[in-house]
Design a protein around this ligand. Structure first.
Ligand SMILES: *[C@@H]1O[C@H](CO)[C@@H](O)[C@H](O)[C@H]1NC(C)=O
Ligand SMILES: *[C@@H]1O[C@H](CO)[C@@H](O)[C@H](O)[C@H]1NC(C)=O
Ligand SMILES: *[C@@H]1O[C@H](CO)[C@@H](O)[C@H](O)[C@H]1NC(C)=O
Ligand SMILES: *[C@@H]1O[C@H](CO)[C@@H](O)[C@H](O)[C@H]1NC(C)=O
Ligand SMILES: *[C@@H]1O[C@H](CO)[C@@H](O)[C@H](O)[C@H]1NC(C)=O
Length: 501
C-alpha cells in the first residue's frame, strides 16, 4: 500500500489485496483504497470460484444506444437444492472479492436455506469495464441507477442460465455500505424481482456535508475515556501554531514524516495534512475489530484501544509527539515510507483515466459518484466538538471535485445530484417492506441510515459496540453477544421472507 492522505471520498467495500504505489490517500473520503467493505480471510488451500461473465448494455436508459460490455460475476451452488432461493450479493465501490463466495454470514444462511449464491461486480470497478477508459465523458454511465438496472438484467440472465425459473424461487439481496444502499434501493425500485433485502451499514440519505461523521468518531474515541480526544485537540493546536513559521513547519514535516515539503502557500496542502491525520483515526474507528482479517486486510489488529492508548500514554511525550507516534504506526502498518500529503500529487493521481492506473482501483470512480450522486463529504465543519481542526471544510471537498473532474463539478451541480438521489430513492422517507437495516453504533456511517424500524417487516438492527458491516463477516469466538444475536435475527427474518407469499 502506498499513500496516506484521506480526503474527500469515503465509503465502501474493501476487496482483494493489491499493492499500491500511487499518491492516493489510504483513506479517501471515508473510503479505504479497496472500497468500503472488507472481505473475509480464507483458510489455506481454499479454491476460489472462477470469473464468470455476462453481456450488459452500456446504458439501460437509451434504447437507441446498443453498445455492450462484459460484467463479471461469481457463483457458488454447493448448498443449492432444487427450488431453493437465490441469494445475490451486490458488488460495490471496489473489486468484487470472490472470498465472499466461500465465507461470510450469508454463506451460513445459504447452508440453512439451500440457496444458490451469486456476487455481481459493480460496473466500473474491478474487472467490470464498460468503457475503454475513465474519462469524464465515459464516466457518465457510472451511476447507482445504472447499477440497479444491471442487477435486474443479471437476475433475468441467471434465472435462465441456471434454470431457476420456478415461481416459488425467492430472491434475497445482500450488501454492506454503499451496496447496502443498493440492496435497499433495488427492493424499492424492482419489488417484483426481489423478495427481501439485507442492507447492512447502508447510508440511505445523500448529504453534501457529512460533518456528523466526525461526531461519531469522537464518541467512539471517547469510549476509552476523555483523554484521547483531549490530547488530539492539543496536538492539533500545536501543529496549527507550528506551521505558521518556517522552522515550525520544518519540524512538523519531520515529525509526521511527510514525503514532500508542506506548501502552505496553498490552503489545500494544509487542509490535506489535518485531513490525513484525522484519517489515521477515522479508518480505525470505521473498522474497529470487525473481523476483516477474513479478507486478509492489514491493520486489523489496530483498534481504538491501540491508538487511544498511545494518545493517553504520557511516556510517549507531549500530545503532538503521541499524535506523530500514531501516524508512524499507521505508516509502518501499511508499509508506507512517508506520508504522501501533497495535494497536487493526489489530484494528479485521481485525474488518471487509464484502467491500469492506481486511481482505477476505485478511488476515481467512487469520487465521481460522490461528486455526482451522494456528497458524503466528511468535513471538519462540526466545530469545536471535534479535535481535528477546522481546516478540511466543505469547500476543500468541493475543490477536489472541481480539480479532478472539471470546474463544472461545482457545489450547485453536486447539490443538484444529491437532491436527485434523495428524490429518486426517498431518502429517510423511503417506502419499502422486507428490508433489514443492521448497523453498528460505532460506525460513523450509521448516522445516514435508519436506526428505527421502517415497519415490522423492515426492522433496523442497531448493534451496540460494532463498526462498519460487522454482521456480514464470518462469526468468531470473540464476537459480542449482540452481534451473534443480530446474525441470528437476520437469518430468521430471511426465513420469514422466504416462506411468506
Ligand atoms: C461454496 O462455499 C463452500 C463453503 O465455503 C465451499 O466449501 C464450496 O467449495 C463453495 N463452492 C463453490 C462452487 O465454490
Ligand atoms: C499487528 O500485527 C502485525 C503483524 O501480525 C504486527 O507486526 C504488529 O506489531 C501488530 N500491531 C499491533 C499494534 O499489535
Ligand atoms: C498502462 O497501459 C498503457 C497502455 O496499455 C501503458 O503504456 C502504461 O505503461 C501502463 N501503465 C501502467 C502503470 O502499468
Ligand atoms: C436541493 O434541495 C433543497 C431542499 O429541498 C433546496 O433548498 C435546494 O434549493 C435544492 N438545491 C438544488 C441545487 O437543487
Ligand atoms: C443503524 O441503526 C441505528 C439504530 O437502529 C441508527 O441510529 C442508525 O442510523 C442506523 N444506521 C444505518 C446506516 O442504517
Amino acid at each position: 500500500m502506498a499513500a496516506s492522505m484521506k480526503t474527500v471520498l469515503n465509503l465502501v467495500l474493501i476487496s482483494v489485496l493489491v499493492s499500491f504505489t500511487s499518491s492516493l490517500p489510504r483513506f479517501l473520503h471515508g473510503r479505504p483504497k479497496h472500497g468500503l467493505l472488507g472481505a473475509p480471510k480464507l483458510p489455506q488451500g481454499s479454491v476460489l470460484p472462477p470469473d464468470m461473465w455476462l453481456k450488459q448494455k452500456l446504458t439501460h436508459f437509451n434504447y437507441a444506444d446498443t453498445r455492450t460490455w462484459q460484467q463479471r460475476y461469481f457463483v457458488n451452488d454447493t448448498f443449492y437444492k432444487p427450488n431453493g432461493p437465490i441469494f445475490l450479493m451486490i458488488g460495490g465501490e471496489g473489486t468484487a472479492n470472490p472470498a465472499w463466495m466461500l465465507q461470510g454470514a450469508w454463506i451460513e444462511y445459504a447452508k440453512t436455506y439451500h440457496a444458490i449464491c451469486f456476487l455481481l461486480e459493480h460496473r466500473y470497478y474491478g474487472k467490470s469495464h464498460p468503457t475503454p477508459d475513465l474519462s469524464v465523458d465515459n464516466l457518465q454511465f457510472l451511476s447507482s441507477e445504472q447499477a440497479l438496472a444491471d442487477l435486474a438484467y443479471f437476475i433475468q440472465y441467471v434465472k435462465h442460465k441456471y434454470n431457476l425459473m420456478s415461481k416459488d424461487q425467492k430472491l434475497i439481496t445482500f450488501g454492506g455500505s454503499y451496496p447496502g444502499s443498493l440492496s435497499a434501493w433495488f427492493r424499492v425500485k424492482y419489488p417484483h424481482l426481489v423478495d427481501g433485502a439485507v442492507a447492512t451499514s447502508a447510508p440511505i440519505f445523500a448529504q453534501l456535508n457529512f460533518k456528523e461523521y466526525l461526531q461519531v468518531v469522537v464518541s467512539s474515541l471517547a469510549t476509552t475515556g476523555p483523554g484521547c480526544n483531549k490530547n488530539i485537540k492539543m496536538a492539533t493546536d500545536t501543529i496549527t501554531k507550528m506551521i505558521s513559521t518556517d522552522t515550525g513547519r520544518k519540524s512538523v514535516e519531520k515529525m509526521f514524516n511527510l514525503c514532500d515539503p508542506l506548501d502552505t502557500s496553498q490552503y489545500v496542502d494544509g487542509s490535506n495534512l489535518f485531513s490525513n491525520l484525522a484519517g489515521n483515526f477515522e479508518g480505525v474507528v470505521q473498522y474497529n475489530k470487525d473481523n476483516r482479517a477474513f479478507e486478509g486486510a492489514i491493520g486489523t489488529n489496530i483498534t481504538i484501544d491501540t491508538i487511544c492508548g498511545i494518545m493517553t500514554d504520557e511516556s510517549n511525550g507531549s500530545p503532538i509527539e503521541r499524535y506523530a507516534k500514531v501516524n508512524s504506526l499507521m505508516l509502518s502498518t501499511y508499509s508506507q515510507k512517508c506520508l504522501d500529503n501533497s495535494y497536487n500529487k493526489m489530484i494528479k493521481g485521481l485525474q488518471a483515466t487509464a484502467w491500469n492506473s492506481s486511481a482505477s482501483e476505485g478511488g476515481r470512480q467512487w469520487m465521481y459518484q460522490t461528486c455526482t450522486e451522494f456528497g458524503f463529504f466528511q468535513s471538519s465543519d462540526l466545530g469545536d466538538v471535534q479535535p481535528f481542526g477546522n481546516f478540511f471544510n466543505l469547500k476543500f471537498s468541493i475543490q477536489q471535485c472541481m480539480d479532478v473532474f472539471g470546474a463544472k463539478f461545482n457545489q450547485e451541480l453536486i447539490q443538484m445530484g444529491i437532491n436527485r438521489t434523495n428524490t429518486n430513492y426517498g431518502g429517510y422517507g423511503m417506502r419499502a417492506t422486507k428490508i433489514v437495516f443492521p448497523n453498528g453504533s460505532i460506525d460513523p456511517w450509521h448516522f445516514l441510515g435508519f436506526t428505527k424500524d421502517l415497519s415490522m417487516e423492515s426492522p433496523a438492527i442497531y448493534i451496540q459496540g460494532t463498526a462498519h458491516c460487522a454482521n456480514m463477516y464470518p462469526a468468531t469466538s470473540d464476537d459480542l453477544p449482540q452481534l451473534v444475536q443480530a446474525r441470528a435475527t437476520i437469518e430468521k427474518l430471511i426465513g420469514t421472507w422466504l416462506s411468506s407469499n
